[in-house]
Design a protein around this ligand. Structure first.
Ligand code: CAA
Length: 240
């Protein structure tokens, strides 16, 4: 039977590309989303991948939803923590809510989903957790103390959980995307984005499928010796 993979923030952008890549690799995929029901329905109609609505920043909702997915599709062997939001602004202008929301969703979501799937993976002796970090968690970014802290936290989380999972056949890795052509990056003011792209050695934004291929590798049998690592996919913008 096909292994089940859950991808958070899976109905658009990088998450959608990851869902498609994992489906193509033979996984039964479940996508999580929190925003538009209409867009999620369009995603399911187009891909045949079911979408489950909950806020990954909500601990109990995450435990309940993963349980519902497992009842419907079977035990979750792969979790891709991709859901992420931005609330950019300099520290002087950043509200406590903008700080907390980004930490709760981007970093808290990673904890909540891992907490829900890890015990089963441990019991079955096989698992893949891939956390989507960011170049901005590695290098920092003006106007993103919340996002950079959460993403940097994801990189530490990955290395810690990798140590806990190793002897149970569970690999835990991160991918650190650079600037990828998605709605999130499109929200950066054009004059700011232009300056950022000028600093990318390959001279362009990345494409979502270029992140998804990396995730598919880390989730494969061949990825079994890779754990606690961070794969940077950023066009050479930050060599870490
Ligand atoms: N380094 C140094 N100084 C900078 C700077 C930088 N990178 N960016 C702006 N400044 C300076 C400006 O020159 C300006 O200086 P003066 O007042 O002396 O002229 C000052 O900071 C204020 O800048 P803004 O007018 O831009 O301030 P703002 O409050 O209107 O906007 C901002 C600040 C919201 C952070 C805006 O600059 C912005 O959106 N920046 C982009 C942030 C970004 O890259 N986000 C990434 C989103 S995509 C993502 O996160 C995905 C991923 O993982 C890669």
């Amino acid at each position: 039977m096909a292994r089940v993979a859950v991808v958070t923030g899976g109905t658009r952008g990088i998450g959608e590309a990851i869902c498609l890549a994992l489906k193509e690799a033979g996984f039964t995929v479940a996508a999580n989303y929190v925003g538009s029901d209409e867009r999620a329905k369009a995603f399911t109609d187009k891909t045949g991948i079911p979408a489950f609505k909950w806020n990954v920043g909500d601990h109990q909702a995450t435990l309940d939803s993963i349980m519902a997915i497992e009842e419907q599709l079977g035990p979750v062997d792969v979790a891709v923590n991709n859901a992420g939001i931005t609330r950019d602004g300099t520290l002087l202008k950043m509200s406590f809510e903008a700080w907390k929301e980004v930490i709760d969703v981007n970093l808290g979501g990673c904890f909540n989903v891992s907490k829900a799937v890890f015990p089963g993976m441990r019991q079955r002796g096989w698992g893949r957790i891939v956390n989507i970090g960011s170049i901005n968690g590695q290098a920092g970014q003006y106007g993103q103390v919340n996002y950079a802290a959460a993403k940097s936290g994801i990189h530490g989380f990955t290395k810690a959980l990798a140590q806990e999972g190793a002897k149970f056949g569970i690999t835990v890795n991160a991918i650190a995307p650079g600037y990828i052509d998605t709605d999130m990056v499109a929200a950066v003011p054009p004059e700011v984005l232009e300056k950022i792209v000028a600093k990318i050695p390959v001279g362009r934004l990345g494409q979502a499928h270029e992140i998804a291929r990396g995730v598919a590798f880390l989730c494969s049998e061949d990825g079994g010796f890779v754990t606690g690592s961070t794969l940077s996919i950023n066009g050479g913008q930050h060599m870490y």
